[in-house]
Write a protein that binds this ligand. Structure first.
Ligand code: ZN
Length: 428
């Protein structure tokens, strides 16, 4: 339906005819960047997008970019941006300000007719969304949608996409939008084009941040002269670096959503991301096979040969002596010392740890052997206060029938036992 409307409008405005062409077939520009695919998403399913603020973002593959433009339209610059996108057959997502749509309805229609997605960005672009009550949120959101829809007239409707002005998110705003089945779009990276930093710097930041994340939603402003001027170069560079443009549209009863997996909505999710991070992560720890009910005293500084007196007080930095102040001299700021470590306290029940199973030591069959810890003398004294509990002797017991391949060399009495010297504070 929407496509049909876009075609009709393109025919009505011949200059825009190229915009509906696919990437591989961009009339008049065989080297066009193009739009590699259309991603159809269901706003009812994923309500918060963009890793600048949220956990989830669009389910993009590596090297895929979604370009977004906020705050427009503003004809001289928005028109220039539109021409650049049309020349490259690139489809973007716009977040229109209602007041601007009222002022320049023709430009809103041009954007829509060129096949871009048209979301909204409030009526007046207040930076106070985070502090607004529900009534004010409703007024701003609904007026922005109404103004943009009025500008579009009978050629179409806005997409259920909203970007909060200034990204000033708040639970109340997000809840209002999600109750209306409108997606809140943040972004994955901005290019700071509202900071008046000049086209080359905008482009540099856009590319650096894209390279850092590898894919994502780029936030730009089509009302900024620097953006309008640098956009042709940016699109060329994206193509040269192998990036692909994805066009995002909302699902409708006639347009089913693109099938995705939940992990693809996380920036580092998905199979490719897993393969990439697998090379970079720490080695996988061995299986932890904690034996229930078998406990050892927890290590403490004494176990590592730390002098008990030193461990008790914690390391203290003693500043060097300073020269005496002369008359009129301004004192230096006080020397920063390392913080004293807090005195460590150990309750006896918490001063024990489960014994690791033999699987942790590379022995596959953990059911065949039982390790019983030695109980140090101070603990024995502590445990002796409980008449029902006998302090266990320092022994290692092994069941009689054990797989010979798993047998530890030497007699049980010769096996090494861990030396654990509990600190004196464990004494009751
Ligand atoms: Zn804005």
């Amino acid at each position: 339906m929407r496509f049909a409307i876009a075609v009709v409008c393109a025919l009505a405005v011949p200059a825009l005819g190229s915009s509906v062409a696919a990437a591989a077939n961009c009339p008049g520009n065989p080297d066009a960047l193009g739009t590699s695919r259309t991603l159809v998403i269901d706003p009812a399913e994923h309500q918060l997008l963009g890793t600048m603020q949220y956990r989830e973002t669009l389910p993009l593959n590596d090297k895929e970019v979604v370009i977004t433009f906020d705050d427009g339209p503003l004809p001289p610059y928005s028109n220039r941006v539109l021409e650049t996108l049309n020349a490259e057959c690139v489809k973007a997502t716009y977040f229109i300000v209602g007041r601007m749509a009222k002022a320049y309805p023709e430009t809103v229609r041009r954007i829509y007719a060129a096949g871009h997605s048209v979301g909204t960005h409030s009526q007046n672009h207040p930076f106070t969304f985070a502090r607004m009550g529900e009534a004010a949120i409703q007024t701003e959101v609904e007026a922005g949608i109404a103004s943009t829809n009025t500008a579009l007239g009978d050629i179409g409707q806005v997409a259920p996409f909203f970007r909060i002005p200034g990204l000033a998110r708040a639970n109340a705003v997000e809840k209002y939008l999600s109750d209306r089945n409108i997606m809140t779009w943040s972004a994955d990276f901005p290019a700071d084009d509202w900071r008046h930093i000049g086209g080359p710097e905008v482009m540099k930041r856009a590319l650096e941040r894209l390279e850092a994340k590898g894919k994502g939603i780029l936030l730009l402003h089509d009302i900024q002269p620097a953006t309008a001027l640098m956009l042709p170069e940016l699109l060329k560079e994206l193509k040269a670096r192998g990036y692909k443009i994805v066009h995002v549209v909302a699902a409708t009863p006639n347009l089913p959503k693109t099938a995705t997996l939940p992990e693809q909505w996380l920036l580092r999710g998905g199979v490719q991301a897993e393969a990439r991070t697998a090379k970079l992560t720490w080695p996988t720890p061995q299986t932890v096979d904690l034996r229930p009910g078998v406990l050892l005293p927890a290590p403490n500084p004494n176990s590592f040969g730390v002098d008990p007196a030193f461990a008790e007080a914690g390391p203290v930095y003693i500043p060097p002596a300073r020269a005496r102040m002369r008359r009129g001299e301004i004192p230096l700021p006080p020397l920063q010392t390392w913080p004293r470590s807090a005195a460590q306290t150990h309750d006896l029940p918490a001063a024990t740890l489960p014994v690791p199973g033999l699987r942790n030591l590379g022995v596959p069959d953990v059911e065949k052997a039982v390790l019983t810890s030695p109980t140090p003398a101070p603990m024995k004294a502590a445990m002796a206060t409980d008449s029902t509990q006998q302090a266990a002797p320092a022994t290692l017991r092994v069941p009689q029938r054990i797989n010979p391949a798993l047998r530890i060399p030497g007699a049980p009495g010769q096996w090494p036992v861990p030396e654990v010297r509990p600190r004196h504070s464990l004494m009751p």
